[in-house]
Design a protein around this ligand. Sequence first.
Ligand code: PAF
Length: 282
Amino acid sequence: MKIIHTIAELRTHLAAFKHPAFVPTMGNLHAGHLALVRQAKPLGDVVVVSIFVNRLQFLPHEDFDTYPRTWEADCQALDAAGCDVLFAPSEKELYPEPQAFTVQPPTDLANMLEGHFRPGFFGGVCTVVMKLFACVQPRVALFGKKDYQQLMVIQRMAQQFALPIEVIGGPTQRSDDGLALSSRNNYLSPAERVEAVQLSLALKAMAQALQAGATILPALEAVATEALEARGWKPDYLTVRQRSNLQTPSAAELPSLLTHSGLVLLAAARVGNTRLIDNLEI
Ligand code: PAF
């Protein structure tokens, strides 16, 4: 695996390839990232992974400074997973001056759910992904479905800017008990780690209620929220949305969306000080 820190060297190296497949990350890699690398392998003639903790997508009170940085372990894991090029620019390399040009995603998609609770998050994500796309010039890029809304925002960005890049989602990887893998799981205490599975169980319970005929979504969401609150969680949202646009379906639309696998259940909640997100397509 070749490790590259500058845009100039990356461009020179990638000039020999026609079809780069790209997996952007912020490091602290887990099996979910590595599954994306393996998924990328047959999709390109070179697999590029980036590691860059992007300041622009963190709010001032969030964990930019403490975000886990695990360089040695990440390099070893990427090498073993078949990554060909690791692009790890410094902040000075990617943002040599304040990033005054930014990508502002449409409010209908980016100001709800994660964007509502983390204002500016998707603008920060789109700006860095656009810049990484400009550096790598991939033909295909892969993002985990755990960050469901992020994947949708980036797919929409690629489509609206006519980027010649296919943006593909990779399935969420889970621990044996069902907890979605996430770098932020490292923040959980042993007791919180045991409790954390309740988020995916809450989504499963919502799916079962829908499949059993529940149609009053605010009531369904309130029951799920209160159940987690009773266990000491602080939920931001547990909600039923249409897969196509993340809007709330009407009661009339529900039966057809259920029949045609058109729904996604999304959740974000804090256990202790750790904010977890998860989703379930049904
Ligand atoms: O999902 C992530 O790790 C980040 O949001 C991404 C896409 C690498 C942009 O910084």
